[in-house]
Design a protein around this ligand. Structure first.
Ligand SMILES: *Cc1c(COP(=O)(O)O)cnc(C)c1O
Length: 390
């Protein structure tokens, strides 16, 4: 069962297995045993382990230039921002090293947006069951008591509402004068793989337009092709003011971004925000390599196709199996909700089926396979999970 080391702060429940090598959706442990990766490092290694073009970008750039600081021009940063803006419809980017930092940037934009209007006690609407990170602002935005516990007092300035509930947002709009922004995930990942309805995001968009709030979408997990589109919001016709990215953006190299358009893109000024490592030539070159591979191989479309295949396969094999109460997903973000706690399945899947899965909120199996999986690998995930659950 899970192992502990006396030299590490025990913040993670670790499996007693270490991987030494990977290729695509395959991993090998210290004994040379082969595993199938159906979580991709929690939606990170979207184009697979040991991708040669990523490896090449890292090696080449490491031999040229790692870091100069943001006191100087960084052409790879410019290039990556331009590409991400073209893909997302945003206009300007800020680069950092993680999802939490990307969300911190978005939340700072919300504060500046308030400040500009002379609103002194601004509130950001956030959702129940949400996950936005572990820094003080992002943990306060997160809708999970386990993330808050022991870290009180929480940073103020958040109002929590039920997810996918348009009426709750309308009521908040009518009784609270100080709302300046909404921060929401297009699909709640840590919260159990729960997609927002298109109608809900559309309603949020109109309220934001009506009230001059910023619509800020946390696409840290849903972005970069995961849901079968480049970004989760692209399934809905809604265009947000701000999006945040990380996870799949660097395929395992630490890289985060906050993108914005129009008034939201004009809020930061010299000296108002920054990052030492953020947007360094190495990280941004990796981001460009990831996008190049994703575009050439049409990986968002592939994620949509493979996601359908996975969902159909799971439904065909697991519908009616005792304990399985729902199978849902969008693209290659798939959840199987069970009727009771199932955290032990992570270990069982690993040792019995050589399959990497994750469990969120105690009872939902979450699958996030790399977007480069073959159809055979998708079917193999279904086969192994079916065996495990039956
Ligand atoms: C993982 C995640 C984060 C936090 O990202 P870190 O890189 O761990 O800081 C934020 N939001 C969502 C939706 C995530 O899935």
């Amino acid at each position: 069962m899970p192992t502990a080391s006396s030299f590490l702060m025990p913040v993670y429940t670790r499996q007693p297995i270490s991987f030494v090598r990977g290729l695509g959706a395959t991993l090998w442990d210290e004994d040379g045993i082969e595993y199938l990766d159906a979580i991709a490092g929690v939606a990170v290694t979207n184009i697979g382990h040991a991708h040669p073009e990523v490896a090449n970008a890292i090696a080449e750039q490491a031999g040229l230039l790692l870091h100069t600081s943001n006191m100087f021009g960084i052409p790879w940063q410019e290039r990556l921002s331009k590409q991400l803006c073209a893909l997302s419809g945003m206009q300007r980017g800020f680069f950092c090293n993680s999802g939490a930092e990307a969300n911190e940037t978005a939340l700072k934009l919300a504060r500046l947006h308030a400040n500009k209007q002379g609103i002194s006690q601004p509130q950001v609407l956030v959702m129940e069951n949400s996950f936005h990170g572990r820094t003080f602002a992002t943990l306060a935005a997160t809708g999970n008591p386990a993330v808050h516990r022991g870290f009180e007092p929480l940073m103020p300035g958040f109002v929590r509402l039920p997810y996918n509930d348009t009426e709750a947002v309308r009521r908040a709009a009518d009784c609270m004068p100080n709302i300046v922004a909404v921060l929401v995930e297009p699909v709640q990942g840590e919260g159990g793989v729960r997609p927002a309805s298109a109608a809900y995001l559309q309603a949020l968009r109109s309220l934001c337009d009506e009230r001059n709030w910023l619509l800020m979408l946390d696409e840290v997990q849903t972005g970069m092709g995961r849901t079968g589109a480049w970004f989760g919001f692209q399934h809905t016709g809604v265009v947000p003011d701000v999006i945040t990215l990380a996870k799949g953006l660097g395929n395992g190299f630490p890289l985060g971004a906050c993108l914005a358009r129009d008034q939201a893109a004009a809020l930061l000024a010299p000296g108002s925000h920054g990052s030492t490592f953020g947007g360094n030539p190495l990280a941004c070159r990796v981001g460009c390599a990831v996008i190049e591979v994703m575009e050439r191989e049409h990986l968002p479309e592939r994620a949509a196709r493979l996601g359908e295949r996975l969902l159909h396969g799971l439904r065909a094999n697991l519908d009616g199996v005792p304990g399985v109460i729902d199978i849902r997903g969008l693209g290659l973000m798939v959840g199987i909700e069970l009727d009771g706690p199932c955290d032990d399945l992570v270990h069982k899947a690993l040792v019995q089926e050589r399959l990497l899965i994750s469990v969120t909120r105690g009872r939902t199996i979450r699958l996030l396979p790399p977007l480069i999986c073959s159809e055979a690998q998708i079917d193999e995930i279904t086969r192994r999970l079916t065996r495990l659950l039956r």
